[in-house]
Design a protein around this ligand. Sequence first.
Ligand SMILES: *Cc1c(COP(=O)(O)O)cnc(C)c1O
Length: 362
Amino acid sequence: MARAFNFSAGPAILPLSVLEKAAGEFVDYAGKGMSLIEMSHRGKEYDKVHAEATALLKEILGIPEGYKVLFLGGGATMQFGMIPMNLLPAGKSADYVNTGAWGQKAIEDAQRIGKVRVVWDGKAEKYMRWPKLSELKWDENAAYAHITTNETIGGIENWEWPDTGKVPLVADMSSDFLSRPVPVEKFGLIYAGAQKNVGPAGVTIVIIREDLAMASPNLPIYLQYKTHYENDSLYNTPPVFSIYMVKLVLEWLKAAGGLPAMAELAKKRAAVVYNAIDGSGGYYRCPVATESRSLMNIVWRLPSEALEEKFLKEAGEKKLLQLKGHRSVGGCRASVYNAMPMEGVQALTAFMAEFQKNNPAV
Ligand SMILES: *Cc1c(COP(=O)(O)O)cnc(C)c1O
């Protein structure tokens, strides 16, 4: 098999060794004569997977006492609703930072539930940067404060952790989760859909502090964090296959040196691409403010839409896949998550140089 370089924003590239391991034990798990996905989620085999995935996340992220890891369904999108449903009581308001398409969606869902104050809105600046911390004037009586650490579509990432004092900080980390160390103790709740950097679609990882999980408004049972907190995400059938895949990715990540190693690699990979863009004499253009550039989702434009179309077509012929920018913004985007090998970005930038030579701007 000639493996493509998959630059998709999500579902996204996973380590080949993980895919092979999963394939190898898919039909006959641990010599039981059946697949893990055919087994009870209350059985010994699955229980071990569940416990190991949890323990690995705790270890890799250094999650302190008083927090739990939850494995939930519904994607990061479900968290847009669950967070205000659980944490935004009537009479309170929640602070949100609007850094792009995902921040905006989180805001819209919270507004369906309660009162929202937008602390900073990047819309007028076309979401080209993450605000400086000095621009964020938090409400010290807010129920919580919500940020999106990496805007997957806009290609901007947060590089300074906000301090919201006593107000619980809530973060959508879907697209930069496990790409760098995170001071979990600064957060009340962290969530991430697995399909960007941690596994297949189907499971969302939520790291929640106990006091927040215990706020239990009268909601349907699945929608209460308390349910999952008290039952270790085994109140109902969890997405067992997705969690199993996450476990394999976590084992791979730990063996590869953990989050410091991932952060180092992310810097190196992204530098290769940004250097190619910046060194192209303006042929390739990254619209994002330099200090907010994402190391995970790199966006750029070409001199014309016609050239962009040609670029994407020819890249595809070279097995450099999924480089099209999100339909809402156009242009090109390379998502370079943990599993992207250095050869991937080298092949991409070699192609960029060749394409520019063959297609001068008119
Ligand atoms: C992809 C993404 C989401 C939505 O995730 P789903 O799992 O599809 O609901 C939310 N936030 C960010 C930052 C994302 O990248």
